[in-house]
Design a protein around this ligand. Structure first.
Ligand SMILES: Nc1nc2c(ncn2[C@@H]2O[C@H](COP(=O)(O)OP(=O)(O)OP(=O)(O)O)[C@@H](O)[C@H]2O)c(=O)[nH]1
Ligand SMILES: [Mg+2]
Length: 193
């Protein structure tokens, strides 16, 4: 299970929790740190937690949408991108809405060279709401079928009950461990020449 921990230098991975705002980023973080999800308040700036799971210490930053850019360091191993599946118009609206769509924000995040090696977990949150989009539809709306140069998964979840959140993290932490192995293999090869 998750929780805060004094992080040592080994098996650490920097993780960003991103989204367009209001989709449930902090609620997901709250589930992962075993905190009271009902106590979540709108995020000002960022929030941090070290979450230990699956043999990895995830140094996790929940960052508000307008401020993610300085957090996109090359050491970032994973991105948890939270979308509100009950508001399809926020994913890829053809109509004018007052904020960037999740599809556009995700495209900008994935274009960032410093995040090229990071594993992507999309949380299709608010599945308890009537009419919430299922995984296949979220994949289509975010244009993920074209995303072939990155390890990614869409996980249906409900942060209020925690349903699906740990399932997503299970996959995520395993993929991050694999990435860490492949990165250290690359490093060893570089060091050998
Ligand atoms: N019905 C439902 N509501 C949810 C769920 N997850 C979060 N919420 C609610 O959605 C609202 C926003 O949740 P937050 O976790 O604060 O979302 P955020 O993305 O961190 O939002 P900001 O920090 O304001 O950008 C809150 O009222 C939550 O209780 C869910 O799975 N189902
Ligand atoms: Mg928040």
């Amino acid at each position: 299970m998750g929780g805060c921990c004094p992080c040592g230098p080994k098996r650490e991975a920097r993780v960003l929790i991103l989204g367009t705002g209001g989709a449930g980023q902090s609620s997901v973080m709250s589930v992962l740190r075993n905190a009271d999800v009902k106590a979540v308040k709108p995020t000002r700036g960022y929030d941090y937690a070290c979450i230990e799971y699956g043999g990895v210490k995830l140094q996790t930053y929940d960052v508000s949408p307008s401020q993610w850019s300085p957090f996109a360091l090359p050491s970032t191993r994973g991105i948890i991108f939270v979308v509100d599946a009950s508001r399809p118009e926020e994913l890829d609206s053809k109509h004018a809405i007052d904020k960037e769509t999740a599809k556009d924000m995700l495209a900008r995040v994935l274009m960032r060279a410093s995040l090229r090696e990071s594993v992507l977990l999309v949380m299709a949150n608010k599945q308890d709401m009537k009419g919430a989009l299922k995984v296949d539809e979220v994949i289509k709306r975010l244009g993920l079928t074209q995303l072939t140069d990155r390890v990614w998964k869409v996980q249906a979840c409900c942060a209020l009950t925690g349903d699906g959140v740990w399932e997503g993290l299970d996959w995520f932490s395993k993929e991050i461990r694999k990435t860490r192995k492949s990165l250290s293999t690359k490093q060893n090869l570089r060091d050998a020449y």
